[in-house]
Design a protein around this ligand. Structure first.
Ligand SMILES: NC(=O)c1ccc[n+]([C@@H]2O[C@H](COP(=O)([O-])OP(=O)(O)OC[C@H]3O[C@@H](n4cnc5c(N)ncnc54)[C@H](OP(=O)(O)O)[C@@H]3O)[C@@H](O)[C@H]2O)c1
Length: 259
């Protein structure tokens, strides 16, 4: 199995894309530190990992809190020792029109979507530099490459910030033989997208079904992406096969934005 001697931290592991990546890693024998707030969902995944012979630890934490991330990574090190990989997938999406955009939503979006990637990266990368080995994968979005709107200013701005973060840290990491790359999914059918469609329908006086069609029409494939479709590229970017690929943001978006 490709990851049988590898230890990986995954944020946003309680559901959606992060959970699918964690399951993909378990199937390849990885040992995992699983971070999110929903303890029960993480513990379920730990049981699955153990049943397949992997070591795993559930670490409930709010990723937007610097101290909780510091402690979470210390705990991960205690349980797994060396950290070979990090997947940042925790994220939030709120729809708000810019004219009345609340600071609370703006700040929360940046705290979860941007600050958490900084906190986790900072906590693991120094040791990766020392060992001259490590792979970091940031789940960003099509919204990191283009405007997607309407009513997505905070989300799109936060994802553009992550594109800059990924590219810049990749350049800093490259001389240390550490890779930092990103994946930019289109509409993946998760709780985030279901919730966003409901909010969008309410804001624009449409039915959820009309909104669903509006979202689907943006993707040439005319279907939602399954979380599992993000997994193969995530595993590749976490593997030693990644070679000289650095600072890239690979789209898994059904042709939404072939940038
Ligand atoms: N679904 C899409 O179409 C899509 C497209 C492009 C990019 N993305 C990105 O992909 C990533 C995953 O999205 P998803 O669709 O899988 O969303 P999701 O199903 O809503 O999952 C979000 C994950 O983030 C965690 N999270 C949120 N706030 C957190 C906090 N304060 N502290 C700790 N964990 C927190 C949630 O865990 P808890 O609630 O248990 O804490 C959950 O595990 C996000 O970065 C998102 O922006 C998604």
């Amino acid at each position: 199995m490709r990851f049988s001697d590898k230890n990986v931290i995954v944020t946003g592991a309680s559901r959606g894309i992060g959970r699918a990546i964690a399951k993909g890693l378990i199937a390849e024998g990885a040992n995992l530190a699983l971070i999110a707030r929903t303890k029960s969902a993480l513990e379920e995944l730990v049981e699955e990992a153990k049943s397949k012979g992997c070591r795993a630890v559930a670490i409930p934490a709010d990723v937007s809190d610097r101290d909780q991330i510091k402690q979470a990574v210390e705990r991960a090190r205690k349980e797994l020792k060396v950290i070979h990989g990090l997947v940042n997938s925790a994220g939030v999406l709120d729809n708000e029109g810019i004219a009345n955009h609340s600071e609370e939503v703006w700040n929360r979006t940046f705290a979860v979507n941007v600050n958490s990637y900084f906190y986790t990266t900072r906590a693991v990368i120094g040791e990766m530099f020392e060992r001259r080995h490590g792979h970091i994968v940031n789940i960003i979005s099509t919204s990191g490459k283009m405007a997607i709107g309407p009513n997505r200013a905070a989300y799109v701005a936060s994802k553009h910030a992550l594109m800059g973060f990924t590219r810049e840290v990749a350049v800093e990491a490259a001389p240390h033989n550490v890779t930092v790359n990103a994946i930019c999914p289109g509409f993946v059918l998760t709780e985030m997208v279901e919730d966003s469609m409901r909010k969008f329908a309410k804001d624009f006086g449409k039915t959820v079904e009309e909104t669903r069609q509006f979202f689907l029409d943006k993707m040439p494939t005319k279907r939602f992406i399954a979380p599992e479709e993000v997994v193969p590229i995530a595993l590749f970017l976490l593997s030693d096969d990644v070679g000289a690929i650095m600072g890239q943001a690979i789209s898994v978006d059904g042709g939404f934005a072939p940038l």
